[in-house]
Ligand binder design. Structure first.
Ligand SMILES: NC(=O)C1=CN([C@@H]2O[C@H](COP(=O)(O)OP(=O)(O)OC[C@H]3O[C@@H](n4cnc5c(N)ncnc54)[C@H](OP(=O)(O)O)[C@@H]3O)[C@@H](O)[C@H]2O)C=CC1
Ligand SMILES: O=C(O)[C@@H]1CCC=N1
Length: 275
């Protein structure tokens, strides 16, 4: 990729930017072109030590040094952080701005900065750290094709990229894939606890759950069969799996997933109005 390396500066060093930049470096993006700011030192010290990144507690310094700024703070802090950058950092409309915040609409960023910024909204997820992320992307009309190619390349390093037509779709992708790892961890933990209740120690219980999950995900991604057919392959007629699956079906798993996604979409829409 490196015919297209730009200095990329993360504003905020929390879980999500750590997953993205860790995955980028693993994938071969030069660590010397990744810089990070954060108010407190511990995460910055870790990033310096682990990857040799340039870091600063000063958002202005990182934004000024960047060709591409990745806004990586919580939605409720975004207005303050952006308005402060707008006041102190020159030429923001000559840089590419990426935001990974959930919910907040592009029109909010035009309000914080100006309507001239080139903006891409990305909704990533934490498996980016291990190169298995999902990133939904929407760009505004101020971005160039080269900008969009750059963003695709960056997020291809950390998983799959899905360009979307509009911001409503990014809210839905966020509620399925952005939040999704938490749903799977919740489910895996419940299965772990079920094994523990029946006598397994937590180490064995976790090992069998996580390996089963990994195996199932790998089969799903390598198979041409539908998820329903893959499930049927495990479910012997008159056997034990049918009994277990029946319990999930009777508990209306489809409805539970539908309600979970709808609740997360609603919160994204709410955050767009609140902050
Ligand atoms: N986590 C996830 O799975 C996903 C998160 N996102 C989005 O990513 C964004 C970041 O989330 P996440 O990384 O999980 O959050 P975290 O809570 O892990 O991290 C937030 C970070 O922001 C830092 N911070 C606080 N104030 C400022 C400031 N004024 N300037 C710069 N940095 C600041 C905090 O620093 P300190 O430690 O010093 O307080 C902290 O390191 C959010 O907008 C979220 O919507 C999107 C998709 C998935
Ligand atoms: O919980 C959140 O708001 C963020 C967005 C998707 C995952 N984490």
């Amino acid at each position: 990729m490196s015919n297209n390396t730009r200095t990329i500066g993360f504003i905020g060093a929390g879980n999500m930017p750590q997953s993205i930049l860790g995955g980028m470096i693993k994938g071969g993006y030069p660590a010397s072109s990744i810089i990070v700011s954060n108010p407190s030192r511990p995460k910055l010290d870790m990033l310096e030590e682990k990857y040799g990144l340039f870091t600063s507690q000063d958002n202005h310094e990182i934004a000024a040094k960047s060709d591409v700024i990745v806004l990586s703070v919580k939605p409720q802090l975004m207005r303050d952080v952006c308005e402060d950058l707008q006041k102190h950092v020159p030429d923001l409309d000559k840089k590419l701005i990426i935001t990974i915040a959930a919910g907040l609409r592009m029109e909010s960023y035009y309000e914080y900065f100006s309507e001239n910024i080139a903006l891409v909204r990305v909704m990533p997820n934490t498996p980016s750290l291990v190169g298995e992320g999902v990133s939904g992307l929407v760009a505004d009309s101020n971005t160039t094709e080269a900008d969009r190619d750059f963003v695709t390349q960056v997020f291809d390093y950390v998983g799959i990229t899905i360009w979307l037509q509009d911001e409503d779709a990014i809210d839905v992708l966020g509620a399925v894939a952005g939040s999704g790892p938490a749903y799977f961890f919740e489910f895996m933990h419940s299965l772990q606890r079920a094994a523990e209740d029946l006598g397994f120690n937590s180490e064995q219980a976790r090992a069998m759950v996580q390996q089963t999950c990994l195996g199932a995900a790998k089969m799903a991604s390598e198979s041409e069969l539908s998820l329903v057919d893959l499930r049927k392959q495990v479910t012997s007629k008159g056997g034990s799996t049918a009994k277990g699956v029946e319990v999930y079906q009777q508990a209306e798993l489809n409805d539970i997933s539908k309600r979970a996604v709808a609740a997360a979409v609603a919160r994204n829409q709410e955050m767009a109005k609140l902050f």
